[in-house]
Design a protein around this ligand. Structure first.
Ligand code: DON
Length: 304
């Protein structure tokens, strides 16, 4: 039996001694206010036993991690038709890159780069009566936690500086890959990114991706085929132009956000969430990546 608590405590101790923590994302001004020295880690196994260390119960902005939840909801609503509007290939580009989108005539490479996530948001808006309320209810349901909420200050802060996302949405619109108007879609997108959750909440919400599509409330949200595809996308595209490095160092499917969170999982075994707000040059949490490399190396639990 692996002593997960001991492994997490060791990782936490190493993190506390680390000064070089990368750089906090400041292009969303509200994110720049977060304490760079925070560090949390939380792991939940198949039997729903929980292990944690550090600031694992403190909530932070999940940002792009929310793209996994919108993808899950969109697949539930329109199934495989989604793939006519978004591709499933790694882009090898940063999350906000636009030149490939123009070159490939408005079909984003995958649902985790910003243009892909904006198309997924558009799908949800077209199929839901009250998109923001219904999406929040969906996340609370898969999390089995009614306290999860948007942070409207963070959403407003991103809107103020979101010129790149406006460019992406306008480009998608010009290629006829956006059904709703740009303002409505981006308002939804900025809100999904502003969701505030802790490592403990994230690890438990991702339980459905290790449990064949069944969440903690024992409701089935995805077929096993859809879980396979979402996990494959996390492995190949979850870290943008650092997806190869994450697979190489950590060896698990996962998803990052510029709030400094990372969630990674081993199907049928565990999910783990880390939070350290400082990012590396590719925009992924610097200590989070080091922590997860240590976790899979010490436990010998990677998918490879
Ligand atoms: O669209 C953006 O720029 C942010 N709301 C999300 C970016 C993000 O988290 C990228 N992931 N590492």
């Amino acid at each position: 039996m692996i002593d997960f608590q001991h492994v997490l405590d060791t990782i936490h101790q190493t993190a506390q001694k680390t000064d070089d923590r990368g750089k906090i994302a400041d292009y969303i001004p509200e994110l720049a206010k977060v304490d760079k020295y925070k560090f949390g880690i939380h792991l939940v196994n198949m039997n729903q036993e929980n292990f944690s260390a550090g600031d694992s119960n403190e909530r932070f902005s999940i940002q792009s991690i929310s793209k996994v939840f919108t993808l899950t909801m969109a697949l539930g609503l329109i199934g495989e038709k989604l793939w006519t509007r978004v591709d499933v290939e790694p882009s090898g580009d940063p999350f906000n890159h636009l030149s490939l989108l123009e070159f490939e005539k408005g079909i984003p490479r995958n649902p985790f780069i910003n243009p892909g996530a904006i198309v997924v948001a558009d799908v949800l808006i077209s199929h839901l009566k009250n998109p923001k309320d219904e999406f929040l209810a969906f996340v609370r349901n898969i999390a089995d936690d009614e306290t999860i909420d948007y942070n409207s200050t963070v959403a407003a802060s991103e809107k103020q500086t979101g010129f790149h996302n406006y460019a992406a949405a306008n480009l998608l619109k010009s290629f006829k890959n956006l059904e709703n108007d740009v303002e409505t879609v981006l308002d939804f997108y900025f809100h999904q990114c502003s969701l505030t959750m802790s490592c403990a909440q994230l690890a438990n919400t991702f339980y459905l991706y290790i449990n064949n599509g069944r969440c903690r409330r024992k409701n089935t949200h995805l077929t096993s085929g859809q879980v396979k595809r979402i996990n494959a996308l996390m492995l190949t595209c979850g870290f943008y132009d650092e997806a190869g490095e994450f697979a190489f160092e950590v060896g698990l499917p996962g998803k990052s956000g510029v709030g400094g969170g990372i969630v990674a999982l081993h199907p049928n075994k565990f999910c783990v969430a880390t939070w350290s707000p400082g990012l590396n040059e590719k925009g992924n949490s610097k200590l989070g990546m080091l922590a997860l490399e240590k976790l899979t190396t010490e436990t010998e639990l990677s998918i490879f």
